[in-house]
Design a protein around this ligand. Structure first.
Ligand SMILES: CC(C)(COP(=O)(O)OP(=O)(O)OC[C@H]1O[C@@H](n2cnc3c(N)ncnc32)[C@H](O)[C@@H]1OP(=O)(O)O)[C@@H](O)C(=O)NCCC(=O)NCCS
Length: 401
Protein backbone atom coordinates (compact mmCIF):
# COMPACT_ATOMS: atom_id res chain seq x y z
CA UNK A 1 0.00 0.00 0.00
CA UNK A 2 1.34 3.41 -1.00
CA UNK A 3 2.19 6.02 1.65
CA UNK A 4 1.44 8.78 -0.88
CA UNK A 5 -1.87 10.59 -0.84
CA UNK A 6 -3.01 12.63 -3.84
CA UNK A 7 -5.19 15.67 -3.09
CA UNK A 8 -6.60 18.48 -5.20
CA UNK A 9 -4.96 21.71 -4.08
CA UNK A 10 -6.93 24.82 -3.27
CA UNK A 11 -6.02 28.36 -4.22
CA UNK A 12 -4.02 28.94 -1.02
CA UNK A 13 -1.78 25.95 -1.90
CA UNK A 14 -1.08 26.89 -5.54
CA UNK A 15 1.86 29.12 -4.73
CA UNK A 16 3.57 26.36 -2.77
CA UNK A 17 2.98 23.94 -5.65
CA UNK A 18 4.39 26.44 -8.16
CA UNK A 19 7.41 26.93 -5.93
CA UNK A 20 7.92 23.16 -5.80
CA UNK A 21 7.70 22.89 -9.58
CA UNK A 22 10.11 25.78 -10.10
CA UNK A 23 12.56 24.29 -7.63
CA UNK A 24 12.41 20.98 -9.53
CA UNK A 25 13.63 22.96 -12.56
CA UNK A 26 16.27 24.75 -10.43
CA UNK A 27 14.43 28.09 -10.46
CA UNK A 28 13.78 30.42 -7.52
CA UNK A 29 10.35 30.67 -5.85
CA UNK A 30 7.97 33.23 -7.36
CA UNK A 31 8.19 36.77 -6.05
CA UNK A 32 5.08 38.65 -4.88
CA UNK A 33 5.12 40.65 -8.15
CA UNK A 34 5.28 37.46 -10.24
CA UNK A 35 2.57 35.83 -8.17
CA UNK A 36 0.21 38.79 -8.69
CA UNK A 37 0.00 37.68 -12.34
CA UNK A 38 0.91 34.00 -11.95
CA UNK A 39 -2.00 33.18 -9.62
CA UNK A 40 -4.38 33.93 -12.48
CA UNK A 41 -2.74 31.21 -14.60
CA UNK A 42 -4.39 28.43 -12.58
CA UNK A 43 -7.61 26.69 -13.43
CA UNK A 44 -9.41 25.86 -10.19
CA UNK A 45 -9.64 22.18 -9.28
CA UNK A 46 -6.87 20.98 -11.59
CA UNK A 47 -3.73 21.20 -9.45
CA UNK A 48 -2.84 17.95 -7.77
CA UNK A 49 -0.54 17.62 -4.79
CA UNK A 50 1.14 14.40 -3.69
CA UNK A 51 1.57 14.29 0.08
CA UNK A 52 3.73 12.12 2.30
CA UNK A 53 2.22 12.93 5.65
CA UNK A 54 1.65 16.68 5.66
CA UNK A 55 4.54 17.46 3.31
CA UNK A 56 3.90 18.34 -0.32
CA UNK A 57 6.19 15.94 -2.21
CA UNK A 58 5.11 16.57 -5.81
CA UNK A 59 2.60 18.32 -8.00
CA UNK A 60 0.95 18.13 -11.42
CA UNK A 61 -1.42 20.54 -13.14
CA UNK A 62 -3.64 20.61 -16.25
CA UNK A 63 -5.67 23.14 -18.23
CA UNK A 64 -8.92 22.37 -19.98
CA UNK A 65 -8.19 22.65 -23.68
CA UNK A 66 -9.15 20.83 -26.85
CA UNK A 67 -7.44 19.19 -29.81
CA UNK A 68 -8.04 19.37 -33.56
CA UNK A 69 -7.94 15.82 -34.96
CA UNK A 70 -7.54 14.63 -38.58
CA UNK A 71 -10.74 15.41 -40.47
CA UNK A 72 -11.23 18.65 -38.51
CA UNK A 73 -13.08 17.36 -35.43
CA UNK A 74 -12.33 19.14 -32.14
CA UNK A 75 -12.36 17.08 -28.93
CA UNK A 76 -11.74 17.95 -25.27
CA UNK A 77 -8.18 17.59 -24.07
CA UNK A 78 -6.27 18.19 -20.83
CA UNK A 79 -3.04 20.16 -21.29
CA UNK A 80 -0.77 18.71 -18.60
CA UNK A 81 2.06 20.85 -17.27
CA UNK A 82 3.93 21.98 -14.11
CA UNK A 83 4.85 18.43 -13.15
CA UNK A 84 7.54 18.22 -10.50
CA UNK A 85 8.65 16.17 -7.52
CA UNK A 86 10.76 17.50 -4.65
CA UNK A 87 14.37 16.45 -5.06
CA UNK A 88 14.41 14.67 -1.68
CA UNK A 89 11.32 12.64 -2.65
CA UNK A 90 12.38 11.36 -6.05
CA UNK A 91 12.35 7.79 -7.39
CA UNK A 92 9.88 6.68 -4.75
CA UNK A 93 6.77 6.57 -6.93
CA UNK A 94 5.42 10.12 -6.45
CA UNK A 95 5.21 10.85 -10.17
CA UNK A 96 3.58 7.49 -10.84
CA UNK A 97 0.84 8.17 -8.28
CA UNK A 98 0.30 11.68 -9.67
CA UNK A 99 0.10 10.49 -13.28
CA UNK A 100 -2.30 7.63 -12.52
CA UNK A 101 -4.55 9.86 -10.44
CA UNK A 102 -4.49 12.64 -13.03
CA UNK A 103 -5.35 10.29 -15.93
CA UNK A 104 -8.31 8.85 -13.97
CA UNK A 105 -9.48 12.41 -13.27
CA UNK A 106 -9.15 13.38 -16.94
CA UNK A 107 -11.13 10.28 -17.95
CA UNK A 108 -13.82 11.08 -15.36
CA UNK A 109 -14.13 14.61 -16.77
CA UNK A 110 -14.90 13.12 -20.19
CA UNK A 111 -11.76 14.53 -21.80
CA UNK A 112 -10.73 12.34 -24.70
CA UNK A 113 -7.04 13.27 -24.72
CA UNK A 114 -4.24 14.43 -22.46
CA UNK A 115 -1.15 16.11 -23.85
CA UNK A 116 2.13 17.45 -22.55
CA UNK A 117 5.55 18.68 -23.61
CA UNK A 118 8.11 16.73 -21.64
CA UNK A 119 11.47 18.08 -20.62
CA UNK A 120 12.51 14.43 -20.24
CA UNK A 121 10.69 12.38 -22.89
CA UNK A 122 11.92 9.01 -21.62
CA UNK A 123 9.57 9.27 -18.63
CA UNK A 124 6.11 9.55 -20.18
CA UNK A 125 5.75 6.52 -22.50
CA UNK A 126 5.05 4.34 -19.47
CA UNK A 127 1.95 6.45 -18.78
CA UNK A 128 0.67 6.10 -22.36
CA UNK A 129 2.02 9.33 -23.90
CA UNK A 130 3.72 9.24 -27.30
CA UNK A 131 5.31 11.90 -29.51
CA UNK A 132 2.40 12.72 -31.80
CA UNK A 133 3.65 15.75 -33.74
CA UNK A 134 6.95 17.27 -34.74
CA UNK A 135 7.79 20.84 -35.66
CA UNK A 136 10.58 22.38 -37.73
CA UNK A 137 12.95 24.79 -36.01
CA UNK A 138 14.39 27.07 -38.69
CA UNK A 139 17.52 29.19 -38.53
CA UNK A 140 17.89 31.92 -41.14
CA UNK A 141 20.72 34.28 -41.99
CA UNK A 142 18.74 37.09 -43.59
CA UNK A 143 21.28 38.35 -46.13
CA UNK A 144 20.62 38.59 -49.86
CA UNK A 145 17.15 37.16 -49.43
CA UNK A 146 14.99 37.32 -52.51
CA UNK A 147 11.66 35.63 -52.93
CA UNK A 148 10.86 33.72 -56.13
CA UNK A 149 8.40 35.26 -58.54
CA UNK A 150 5.09 33.61 -57.71
CA UNK A 151 5.73 33.32 -53.96
CA UNK A 152 2.75 34.85 -52.13
CA UNK A 153 3.13 38.63 -51.84
CA UNK A 154 1.40 38.94 -48.47
CA UNK A 155 -0.70 41.78 -47.16
CA UNK A 156 0.04 44.55 -44.72
CA UNK A 157 2.07 43.95 -41.54
CA UNK A 158 1.80 46.28 -38.53
CA UNK A 159 3.49 46.28 -35.17
CA UNK A 160 1.21 46.15 -32.14
CA UNK A 161 2.22 47.28 -28.68
CA UNK A 162 2.22 45.01 -25.65
CA UNK A 163 -0.68 47.14 -24.34
CA UNK A 164 -2.79 46.20 -27.37
CA UNK A 165 -1.59 42.62 -27.70
CA UNK A 166 -4.05 40.83 -25.45
CA UNK A 167 -6.97 42.55 -27.14
CA UNK A 168 -5.77 41.40 -30.59
CA UNK A 169 -3.75 38.16 -30.55
CA UNK A 170 -6.14 35.72 -28.80
CA UNK A 171 -8.86 36.56 -31.34
CA UNK A 172 -6.50 35.92 -34.26
CA UNK A 173 -5.39 32.60 -32.80
CA UNK A 174 -9.00 31.59 -32.18
CA UNK A 175 -10.00 32.47 -35.76
CA UNK A 176 -7.05 31.14 -37.74
CA UNK A 177 -4.61 29.32 -35.46
CA UNK A 178 -6.29 25.95 -35.38
CA UNK A 179 -6.51 24.74 -38.94
CA UNK A 180 -4.16 21.76 -38.70
CA UNK A 181 -4.63 18.54 -36.72
CA UNK A 182 -2.56 18.80 -33.55
CA UNK A 183 -3.56 22.41 -32.85
CA UNK A 184 -4.99 23.07 -29.39
CA UNK A 185 -7.16 25.70 -27.74
CA UNK A 186 -5.33 28.41 -25.82
CA UNK A 187 -7.54 29.31 -22.86
CA UNK A 188 -7.12 32.57 -20.92
CA UNK A 189 -4.70 30.85 -18.52
CA UNK A 190 -2.33 30.24 -21.43
CA UNK A 191 -2.28 33.90 -22.43
CA UNK A 192 -1.57 34.86 -18.83
CA UNK A 193 1.42 32.53 -18.57
CA UNK A 194 3.01 33.16 -21.95
CA UNK A 195 2.20 36.80 -22.66
CA UNK A 196 0.79 38.73 -19.71
CA UNK A 197 3.51 37.47 -17.34
CA UNK A 198 6.28 38.46 -19.81
CA UNK A 199 4.71 41.88 -20.40
CA UNK A 200 4.42 42.49 -16.64
CA UNK A 201 8.09 41.57 -16.23
CA UNK A 202 9.03 44.12 -18.91
CA UNK A 203 10.58 41.48 -21.21
CA UNK A 204 11.65 42.68 -24.64
CA UNK A 205 8.98 41.35 -27.00
CA UNK A 206 7.98 42.53 -30.48
CA UNK A 207 4.62 41.70 -32.04
CA UNK A 208 3.71 41.96 -35.73
CA UNK A 209 0.21 41.34 -37.12
CA UNK A 210 -0.60 40.46 -40.74
CA UNK A 211 -3.81 41.74 -42.34
CA UNK A 212 -5.27 40.04 -45.42
CA UNK A 213 -8.45 40.64 -47.41
CA UNK A 214 -10.62 39.32 -44.54
CA UNK A 215 -8.88 41.17 -41.71
CA UNK A 216 -6.12 40.12 -39.31
CA UNK A 217 -5.07 36.59 -40.25
CA UNK A 218 -1.69 35.97 -38.65
CA UNK A 219 0.93 37.30 -36.28
CA UNK A 220 4.38 36.62 -34.99
CA UNK A 221 6.07 37.29 -31.68
CA UNK A 222 9.83 37.60 -31.39
CA UNK A 223 12.47 38.52 -28.84
CA UNK A 224 15.44 40.53 -30.13
CA UNK A 225 18.88 40.10 -28.58
CA UNK A 226 21.34 42.88 -29.30
CA UNK A 227 25.01 42.05 -29.78
CA UNK A 228 27.27 43.14 -26.87
CA UNK A 229 29.23 45.78 -28.79
CA UNK A 230 27.68 49.03 -30.04
CA UNK A 231 26.78 48.77 -33.71
CA UNK A 232 26.59 44.96 -33.76
CA UNK A 233 23.55 43.33 -35.26
CA UNK A 234 20.76 41.57 -33.41
CA UNK A 235 19.42 38.05 -33.41
CA UNK A 236 15.67 37.53 -33.39
CA UNK A 237 14.04 34.53 -31.73
CA UNK A 238 10.52 33.96 -33.03
CA UNK A 239 8.56 32.09 -30.38
CA UNK A 240 4.98 32.28 -31.68
CA UNK A 241 4.15 32.31 -35.40
CA UNK A 242 0.49 31.99 -36.37
CA UNK A 243 -0.66 32.13 -40.00
CA UNK A 244 -3.59 30.50 -41.71
CA UNK A 245 -3.19 31.36 -45.39
CA UNK A 246 -0.15 31.29 -47.71
CA UNK A 247 -0.39 35.08 -47.95
CA UNK A 248 -0.28 35.48 -44.17
CA UNK A 249 2.55 32.95 -43.85
CA UNK A 250 4.81 34.40 -46.53
CA UNK A 251 3.75 37.97 -45.78
CA UNK A 252 5.08 37.49 -42.25
CA UNK A 253 8.24 35.78 -43.56
CA UNK A 254 8.83 38.70 -45.94
CA UNK A 255 8.43 41.13 -43.04
CA UNK A 256 10.77 39.12 -40.82
CA UNK A 257 13.48 38.68 -43.43
CA UNK A 258 13.32 42.37 -44.28
CA UNK A 259 14.11 43.67 -40.78
CA UNK A 260 17.38 45.62 -40.78
CA UNK A 261 20.49 45.06 -38.64
CA UNK A 262 19.82 41.36 -38.00
CA UNK A 263 22.43 38.60 -38.27
CA UNK A 264 20.29 35.60 -37.48
CA UNK A 265 16.66 34.65 -37.02
CA UNK A 266 15.44 31.49 -35.35
CA UNK A 267 11.84 30.39 -35.71
CA UNK A 268 11.13 28.05 -32.87
CA UNK A 269 8.58 25.97 -34.69
CA UNK A 270 6.55 25.73 -37.86
CA UNK A 271 4.92 22.71 -39.52
CA UNK A 272 7.47 20.39 -41.14
CA UNK A 273 5.90 20.53 -44.62
CA UNK A 274 6.17 24.28 -45.32
CA UNK A 275 8.68 24.83 -48.19
CA UNK A 276 10.14 28.10 -46.90
CA UNK A 277 13.55 27.54 -48.55
CA UNK A 278 11.87 26.88 -51.88
CA UNK A 279 10.00 30.18 -51.72
CA UNK A 280 13.43 31.85 -51.99
CA UNK A 281 15.49 32.24 -55.18
CA UNK A 282 18.53 31.00 -53.29
CA UNK A 283 17.60 28.64 -50.40
CA UNK A 284 20.90 29.05 -48.55
CA UNK A 285 19.79 31.82 -46.13
CA UNK A 286 17.91 29.03 -44.35
CA UNK A 287 20.97 27.60 -42.66
CA UNK A 288 19.32 24.92 -40.49
CA UNK A 289 16.09 23.01 -40.34
CA UNK A 290 15.76 20.79 -37.27
CA UNK A 291 12.92 18.40 -36.51
CA UNK A 292 11.81 19.01 -32.93
CA UNK A 293 9.46 17.11 -30.67
CA UNK A 294 6.15 19.01 -30.56
CA UNK A 295 3.03 17.57 -28.88
CA UNK A 296 3.07 14.40 -26.77
CA UNK A 297 -0.40 12.90 -26.81
CA UNK A 298 -2.26 10.39 -24.64
CA UNK A 299 -5.50 8.81 -25.85
CA UNK A 300 -7.54 8.76 -22.65
CA UNK A 301 -10.74 7.48 -24.29
CA UNK A 302 -9.52 5.26 -27.12
CA UNK A 303 -12.95 4.31 -28.58
CA UNK A 304 -14.00 7.99 -28.80
CA UNK A 305 -10.64 9.11 -30.16
CA UNK A 306 -10.56 6.43 -32.85
CA UNK A 307 -14.16 7.14 -33.85
CA UNK A 308 -13.43 10.87 -34.19
CA UNK A 309 -11.06 10.76 -37.18
CA UNK A 310 -11.38 9.42 -40.73
CA UNK A 311 -9.28 6.56 -42.17
CA UNK A 312 -7.81 5.89 -45.61
CA UNK A 313 -8.94 3.23 -48.09
CA UNK A 314 -7.77 0.18 -46.12
CA UNK A 315 -9.31 -1.94 -43.39
CA UNK A 316 -7.17 -3.18 -40.51
CA UNK A 317 -7.78 -4.67 -37.05
CA UNK A 318 -5.45 -3.47 -34.28
CA UNK A 319 -5.05 -4.68 -30.70
CA UNK A 320 -4.40 -1.87 -28.22
CA UNK A 321 -2.84 -2.50 -24.80
CA UNK A 322 -3.37 0.15 -22.10
CA UNK A 323 -2.04 -1.00 -18.71
CA UNK A 324 -2.89 2.32 -16.97
CA UNK A 325 -6.48 2.74 -18.25
CA UNK A 326 -7.39 -0.91 -19.00
CA UNK A 327 -10.90 -0.06 -20.27
CA UNK A 328 -9.16 1.11 -23.45
CA UNK A 329 -7.49 -2.26 -24.10
CA UNK A 330 -9.05 -4.37 -26.84
CA UNK A 331 -9.38 -4.87 -30.58
CA UNK A 332 -10.51 -2.11 -32.93
CA UNK A 333 -11.42 -2.35 -36.61
CA UNK A 334 -10.48 0.71 -38.65
CA UNK A 335 -12.25 1.13 -41.98
CA UNK A 336 -13.02 4.00 -44.38
CA UNK A 337 -16.46 4.04 -42.69
CA UNK A 338 -15.09 4.52 -39.17
CA UNK A 339 -13.64 2.71 -36.15
CA UNK A 340 -15.44 0.21 -33.92
CA UNK A 341 -14.55 -2.33 -31.27
CA UNK A 342 -14.35 -5.90 -32.56
CA UNK A 343 -13.52 -9.41 -31.40
CA UNK A 344 -11.85 -10.23 -34.73
CA UNK A 345 -8.20 -11.36 -34.59
CA UNK A 346 -5.75 -8.46 -34.65
CA UNK A 347 -3.34 -7.92 -37.53
CA UNK A 348 -1.20 -5.61 -35.40
CA UNK A 349 -0.75 -5.07 -31.70
CA UNK A 350 0.59 -1.97 -30.04
CA UNK A 351 0.83 -0.09 -26.78
CA UNK A 352 -1.48 2.90 -26.32
CA UNK A 353 1.59 5.23 -26.40
CA UNK A 354 2.40 4.01 -29.92
CA UNK A 355 -1.22 4.51 -30.95
CA UNK A 356 -0.75 8.17 -29.89
CA UNK A 357 2.22 8.39 -32.29
CA UNK A 358 0.07 7.10 -35.17
CA UNK A 359 -3.12 8.96 -34.35
CA UNK A 360 -2.27 12.34 -35.90
CA UNK A 361 -0.45 10.71 -38.84
CA UNK A 362 3.07 11.84 -37.90
CA UNK A 363 4.59 8.36 -37.67
CA UNK A 364 3.83 5.47 -40.01
CA UNK A 365 3.12 1.98 -38.69
CA UNK A 366 5.40 0.13 -41.13
CA UNK A 367 8.68 1.82 -40.13
CA UNK A 368 7.67 1.57 -36.46
CA UNK A 369 7.13 -2.19 -36.93
CA UNK A 370 10.72 -2.51 -38.20
CA UNK A 371 12.04 -1.18 -34.88
CA UNK A 372 9.71 -3.28 -32.75
CA UNK A 373 7.41 -0.47 -31.61
CA UNK A 374 4.41 -2.46 -32.86
CA UNK A 375 3.98 -6.14 -33.71
CA UNK A 376 2.64 -7.31 -37.06
CA UNK A 377 0.75 -10.62 -36.85
CA UNK A 378 -0.60 -10.75 -40.41
CA UNK A 379 1.61 -9.97 -43.42
CA UNK A 380 0.51 -6.66 -44.94
CA UNK A 381 -1.17 -5.52 -41.71
CA UNK A 382 1.30 -2.70 -41.09
CA UNK A 383 1.04 -1.55 -44.72
CA UNK A 384 -2.77 -1.43 -44.40
CA UNK A 385 -2.39 0.56 -41.19
CA UNK A 386 -0.08 2.97 -43.08
CA UNK A 387 -2.92 3.66 -45.50
CA UNK A 388 -5.54 3.85 -42.75
CA UNK A 389 -3.71 6.41 -40.57
CA UNK A 390 -2.25 8.60 -43.39
CA UNK A 391 -3.11 12.32 -43.26
CA UNK A 392 -2.94 14.84 -46.13
CA UNK A 393 -0.84 17.52 -44.34
CA UNK A 394 1.56 17.28 -41.44
CA UNK A 395 0.00 17.67 -38.03
CA UNK A 396 1.42 20.37 -35.80
CA UNK A 397 0.65 21.99 -32.47
CA UNK A 398 2.96 25.02 -32.20
CA UNK A 399 1.69 26.01 -28.75
CA UNK A 400 4.14 25.70 -25.90
CA UNK A 401 2.72 24.95 -22.46
C1 LIG B 1 10.98 13.66 -13.40
C2 LIG B 1 10.30 13.58 -12.05
C3 LIG B 1 8.93 14.26 -12.14
C4 LIG B 1 10.14 12.09 -11.67
O1 LIG B 1 9.44 11.96 -10.43
P1 LIG B 1 9.65 10.68 -9.46
O2 LIG B 1 8.66 10.79 -8.35
O3 LIG B 1 11.07 10.58 -9.10
O4 LIG B 1 9.24 9.48 -10.42
P2 LIG B 1 8.75 8.02 -9.94
O5 LIG B 1 9.56 7.56 -8.78
O6 LIG B 1 7.28 8.03 -9.76
O7 LIG B 1 9.12 7.18 -11.21
C5 LIG B 1 8.17 6.66 -12.13
C6 LIG B 1 8.95 5.92 -13.22
O8 LIG B 1 9.67 6.89 -14.02
C7 LIG B 1 11.07 6.60 -14.00
N1 LIG B 1 11.77 7.87 -13.99
C8 LIG B 1 11.55 8.91 -13.16
N2 LIG B 1 12.39 9.92 -13.47
C9 LIG B 1 13.13 9.50 -14.50
C10 LIG B 1 14.17 10.12 -15.25
N3 LIG B 1 14.58 11.34 -14.99
N4 LIG B 1 14.69 9.41 -16.28
C11 LIG B 1 14.27 8.16 -16.55
N5 LIG B 1 13.28 7.52 -15.87
C12 LIG B 1 12.74 8.20 -14.85
C13 LIG B 1 11.29 5.82 -12.73
O9 LIG B 1 12.44 5.01 -12.84
C14 LIG B 1 10.02 4.97 -12.66
O10 LIG B 1 10.15 3.91 -13.58
P3 LIG B 1 9.33 2.51 -13.47
O11 LIG B 1 7.93 2.81 -13.94
O12 LIG B 1 10.06 1.61 -14.40
O13 LIG B 1 9.40 2.11 -12.03
C15 LIG B 1 11.14 14.27 -10.96
O14 LIG B 1 12.39 13.68 -10.95
C16 LIG B 1 11.31 15.76 -11.19
O15 LIG B 1 10.57 16.57 -10.66
N6 LIG B 1 12.34 16.14 -11.97
C17 LIG B 1 12.64 17.56 -12.27
C18 LIG B 1 11.53 18.25 -13.01
C19 LIG B 1 11.12 17.52 -14.26
O16 LIG B 1 11.93 17.00 -15.00
N7 LIG B 1 9.81 17.53 -14.48
C20 LIG B 1 9.26 16.89 -15.59
C21 LIG B 1 8.85 17.95 -16.51
S1 LIG B 1 8.22 17.24 -17.96
Amino acid sequence: MSDIEIRTLDEAQWRESLGLFRAALHALPVTDEQWAVGRRSYEPGRTLGAFRGDALAGTAFAWSSDLVVPGGGVLPMAAVTRVGVRSDQRRRGVLRELMHHQLSDIAARGEVFAALRPTEPVIYGRFGYGMATQGAKLTVSPKNVEFRPGAPAGGRVRLVSTDEALAVLPGIYERVGRTRPGAIARPGYWWTVFYERAFAAGEHIVLAVHTGPDGDDGYLMYRPTQGALPGTNATLAVEDFVASTPDALYGLWRFLLGIDLVDEITVWTRPTDEPVEEALLDPRPVTAREARSDLWLRLVDVPKALAARPYGSATVVIAVDDPVLPANSGHYRLTPDGATRTTAPAELSLDVSVLAMLYLGTWRPRPLATIGRLQEHTPGGAARADTAFAVPESSWCGTFF
